[in-house]
Design a binder for this molecule. Structure first.
Ligand code: ADP
Ligand SMILES: Cc1cn([C@H]2C[C@H](O)[C@@H](COP(=O)(O)O)O2)c(=O)[nH]c1=O
Length: 279
């Protein structure tokens, strides 16, 4: 385990981005081994917290830098997340991280997003493994301001999209099991704080229209039923809160209105969103 943690540390390119592992008991994660880098930080640095209620499990956390307030913008495909982020990107001191869709469409000349839509049973695991990696990278990327707004999260990738593939019978059980093990390892061992979820709630019909208008090549095959399933999974997760753990308080914004009205809503909700309390 110690080697794995060290590898993650080494993977980060920026020298100011160090991660450390902390907890009360010194013998849990490192399996009895000690290392000066990890062992030196046994308490949470300013602005950080231990995620373990009983402090028996340790998580990798950033060391030596104040963490930003993290707000995730969630919603169905083409619900208006990018447009919402564009609005907030004009405000000072907000770091906006859009989804790495360009990477999902082109990894070393391959297009896992397109492959998944063509044959989800074969390529779902490929896309979702890459989505999970690139989302993790987004969560851990270098901090550039006191407030970070992210499009979706590693949580929605798993709870909505992986779940949808599996539940609809398009992802083999073994693929689902492997992805789930990865997800559980990541979320149990690395602190990925989220302070507020802004859910852009839309009718699937609205997304269908906007999807057609946006006209992303890979998404031309998406039927209405797909958007309905994604919608239902979002509702169960963020509104009913009956499916999976919700990592932060949820602010619901009705997002079926035209652009002008939506911009007005973002303006109205701006203070509320930006004053999200760190958990
Ligand atoms: N409120 C709105 N009314 C009409 N069209 C919209 C609205 N918000 C976004 N769009 C358009 O819908 C499409 C999808 O929006 P986008 O912000 O890319 O959604 P997402 O990032 O959630 O996939 C884009 O073509 C965008 O210009
Ligand atoms: C997170 C995630 C996304 N996708 C797909 C769904 C859409 O086709 C694009 C993202 O586009 P959006 O406009 O930002 O909604 O990627 C996926 O298949 N799996 C995922 O985990």
């Amino acid at each position: 385990m110690w080697i794995t943690l060290k590898s993650i540390y080494a993977l980060r390119r920026c020298s100011t981005r160090a991660y450390t592992c902390f907890g009360v008991r010194s013998n849990s994660l490192v399996c009895g081994k000690t290392h000066p880098k990890w062992h030196s930080a046994v308490s949470a640095p300013a602005g950080f917290h231990s995620n373990s209620a009983q402090c028996v499990s340790r998580k990798l956390v950033r060391n030596g830098e104040e963490r930003p307030t993290v707000i995730c913008i969630e919603g169905n495909i083409a619900s208006g997340k990018t447009t919402c982020l564009e609005y907030f990107s004009k405000t000072n001191n907000i770091e906006v991280l859009t989804e790495p869709v360009a990477k999902w469409r082109n990894v070393r000349g391959h297009n896992p997003l397109g492959l998944m839509y063509q044959d989800p049973t074969r390529w779902g695991i490929t896309l979702q493994t890459y989505v999970q990696l690139t989302m993790l990278d987004r969560h851990l990327s270098q901090i550039c301001g006191p407030v970070r707004m992210m499009e979706r999260s590693i949580f929605s990738a798993k709870y909505i999209f992986v779940e949808n593939l599996y539940k609809s019978g398009k992802m083999p059980e073994v693929d689902f099991a492997v992805l789930s093990e990865w997800f559980e390892w990541i979320t149990q061992n690395i602190a990925l704080p989220v302070d507020l979820i802004v859910y852009l709630q839309t009718k699937p019909e609205t997304c269908y229209e906007r999807l057609r208008e946006r006209c992303r090549e890979e998404e031309k095959v998406i039927p209405m039923e797909y958007l309905e399933s994604i919608h239902q999974l979002y509702e169960d997760w963020l509104i009913k809160q009956t499916s999976f753990k919700v990592p932060a308080p949820v602010l619901v914004i009705s997002a079926d209105d035209d652009l002008e009205k939506m911009l007005h809503q973002y303006e109205e909700n701006k203070e509320r969103i930006l004053s999200a309390q760190r958990t």
